[in-house]
Design a protein around this ligand. Structure first.
Ligand SMILES: [Zn+2]
Length: 452
């Protein structure tokens, strides 16, 4: 019966669309039945674990990536050296909230923000409650000698949580220097999450060289809500000690595999995710998922005997989290070698149920891509729309003008675990992870077949 329905639908499609639909179904069957991405993710997260740029575990992950690419049949697999920042957290960080009235001392659920300097010794200073930058500007005269607490919360009315992250991310990235400009001695932020637990979320910051560098931490939302609920009636001090340190730059590697193109071997399609993760978590969704999906696509093309027209590069990028130097290096080298890159796709939004892709490319190219929607729909893709690619392929778009795309899975749960200890292997669902690889592989196949 099912077969009859399938056959009845076929006449609506052109011959090449029928071929495409059939081949994408093959891709899907191969990945859902024989996919290894989930087991590989288990190895990466449990046997290697957190893998921040510059750490010994990053190097282990890079070796694992190289061997895995060879095992699944890459025509060619190699490491690409790049210099990366080397931040270490140190041990024994803590922070307390101390009531001026009762002298009660409450331990805060905290984590140092990545790239932040340590406090050297314990610092204790009055907390100043800041809602947003407008509030900071209004209170600029009161900031000196204090610890700025930014309470910028995700906008709950946004349906796409990446929008919220985009809106509040600046408090983590730039908030410390903006507070230091007015004499703050430390910064605490409400973690960039809508999670319902009290787990703190790290992430990167950028110090502005014009101002003093001050230590910065993020706290869990239960603690953040406690401060917000009582800020009007209470005065607090914060006492904190952190041990972060930026060591000299060190060498890491992008891990690259290729399937050689049969017709256009000198034209490249890139698909990738980033191999580094924050130190405090397993980096399963961010971005172990993108890594194993990338490897899965290569494995699947080999398993199906697919010989691409263009050379497909499968790239595990170094140092996305606190520098994006891996992506920069990949693009610089492509430019130096005068390579022609026709498309790049990144998976760095978690291993959740596929929803679609966003594209950074001309309107004409996007319209061409959008004609493929009906081919992708059976596998979960709902929309193909304008938007960005990803942090690691941003440099390709910038330096070479490469059309880019980002894989967009469902975003509702991503920021619950993003950059937190809760981003574990157990938080990834096998079918959701594999379906992501199916949609990505299908898109790569279509770009390879029809060009852009
Ligand atoms: Zn990421």
């Amino acid at each position: 019966m099912k077969k009859i329905i399938f056959l009845l639908l076929l006449p609506l499609l052109s011959k090449s669309q029928q071929d495409d639909a059939a081949f994408i179904k093959k891709i899907s069957n191969e990945i859902l039945q024989n996919g290894q991405a989930y087991q590989q993710l288990k190895y990466l997260t449990k046997n290697i674990g957190g893998r921040l740029a510059g750490s010994p575990s990053y190097n282990k992950a890079a070796q694992w990536g190289l061997e895995t690419f060879k095992k699944v049949g890459a025509d060619n697999a190699f490491l690409q050296e790049c210099l990366v920042p080397h931040w270490i957290r140190g041990k024994g960080d803590y922070a307390y909230l101390i009531s001026e009235k009762s002298k009660n001392k409450k331990a805060l659920s905290m984590t140092a923000i990545g790239n932040s300097i340590g406090s050297k010794k314990e610092i204790t200073a009055p907390l100043i409650f800041i809602e947003n930058y407008a509030d900071l500007e209004a209170k600029r005269e009161e900031v000196k000698g204090k610890i700025v607490y930014y309470n910028a919360a995700f906008n709950a009315t946004n349906i796409r949580t990446f929008k919220s992250y985009g809106e509040t991310g600046t408090y983590r990235v730039n908030g410390p220097s903006r507070a230091a400009k007015y004499g703050a001695v430390g910064v605490v932020i409400r973690s960039l999450t809508e999670g319902t637990d009290n787990v703190p979320h790290t992430g990167t910051l950028h110090y502005n060289d014009s101002f003093p560098t001050i230590p910065a931490i993020a706290i869990g939302l239960e603690d953040a809500d406690f401060i917000a609920a009582n800020a009007k009636n209470e005065h607090w001090k914060i006492s904190m000690k952190t041990h972060g340190k930026m060591l000299p730059d060190t060498i890491n590697h992008n891990v690259i595999a290729e399937l050689k193109g049969t017709e256009f071997p000198d034209e490249y399609i890139t698909v990738g995710g980033h191999l580094d993760s924050w130190d405090l978590c397993e980096g399963a969704h961010d971005d172990g998922a993108g890594v194993v999906q990338t490897i899965e696509i290569l494995r699947t093309f080999k398993a199906l005997g697919y010989q691409p027209k263009h050379t497909i590069r499968f790239v595990l990028f170094a140092n996305e989290e606190n520098g994006t130097r891996g992506g920069a290096k990949y693009a610089e080298e492509a430019k130096a070698k005068n390579e022609k890159h026709i498309f790049a796709l990144e998976s760095d939004a978690g291993g959740f149920t596929p929803r679609g892709f966003t594209f950074g490319m001309s309107k004409e190219k996007l319209e061409k891509v959008q004609e493929w929607l009906s081919l992708l729909k059976p596998y979960g893709t709902e929309s193909l729309e304008a938007g960005g690619g990803g942090a690691d392929i941003g440099a390709l778009a910038k330096l070479l003008g490469t059309p880019v795309a980002g894989f967009i899975p469902d975003s509702q749960r991503y920021f619950d675990i993003h950059h937190a200890t809760t981003d574990t292997f157990e938080s990834v669902n096998k079918r959701e992870l594999l379906l992501g690889a199916v949609n990505m592989a299908a898109l790569i196949y279509l770009v390879d077949k029809y060009g852009l």
